[in-house]
Design a protein around this ligand. Structure first.
Ligand code: PEP
Length: 252
């Protein structure tokens, strides 16, 4: 049985005081929801403040990105070394990073390996765009991203994959649980091929893309879907708490 995971990606939202206020509201309920891993991913500048607020609770903190070099002349970048002790998780390969900042599969792989080598847990995002989806290429596209993203990674126990079809992110047009579950099942099959042993069965694979309290229970009811990577709905404390509760109830 895989423990569900619900991660909130706050993206480039919230000032430091707003991030603290948001997490403070979540703290009223979130720590008491058991049987689900809860992660909040505020912007870099709020990581320390949020970490201090959740310290001693069951809420984990994630960064939204990381660079693979440990230090040096990489203006604006943040290294694994800087995140150690500050975060539990890091997201890599989010489609907005791939799309707007031209990150390649190789970049995503470098980031994932650096973060894992540094002891962090990693959420690797994959997902096809609308054109690929309409051509019926979603599985093969995502498979290539998974193979490239996981290249050279031997230990999968701190790795999570998030399947996030680009056309569903922030659009209000979520995938269906059946389609998302089928792609996630395919991803698990690919992971089984690249990693021997029980690692593929133990790995959490999340769905992301316009998740809301109205649709999430149906995603969580699908046996292949182990949780959600949530954008918009994670910026509202009530919504995020509800999603987390739904994930917990899915295993009850
Ligand atoms: C995301 O950006 O990871 C995401 C899933 O966003 P949203 O929930 O807003 O679609």
């Amino acid at each position: 049985m895989r423990t569900p995971l619900v991660a909130g990606n706050w993206k480039m939202n919230t000032t430091v005081p707003e991030a603290v206020a948001l997490v403070d509201t979540m703290l009223n309920d979130l720590p008491f929801i058991q049987g689900v891993e809860k992660v909040v991913c505020p912007p870099f500048v709020s990581l320390d403040a949020v970490r201090q607020r959740v310290s001693g609770t069951s809420i984990l903190v994630g960064a939204q990105d990381v660079y693979w070099e440990p230090k040096g002349a990489y203006t604006g970048e943040i290294s694994v070394l800087m995140l150690q002790g500050m975060v539990d998780y890091v997201i890599v390969g989010h489609s907005e990073r791939r799309q707007y900042f031209h990150e390649s599969d190789q970049d995503v792989n470098r980031k994932a390996r650096a973060a894992l080598d540094g002891g962090l847990r990693v959420i690797v995002c994959v997902g096809e765009n609308l054109a690929e989806n309409e051509l019926g290429h979603a599985e093969s596209f995502v498979e290539a991203q998974v193979r490239a993203g996981l290249a050279g990674i031997e230990t999968l126990d701190r790795l999570v994959i998030a399947y996030e079809p680009i056309w569903a992110i922030g659009t209000g047009r979520a995938a269906t649980p059946e389609n998302a579950g089928a792609i996630i099942g395919h991803i698990r099959g690919v992971v089984r091929q690249v990693a021997s042993g029980p690692a593929a069965d133990a790995m959490r694979i999340l769905y992301g893309g316009s998740v809301t309290p109205d649709n999430f229970a149906a995603f969580m009811a699908h046996p292949e879907i182990d949780g959600g990577l949530v954008g918009g709905a994670s910026l509202n404390a009530d919504s995020f708490v509800t999603l987390t509760r739904q994930a917990a109830e899915s295993t009850a």
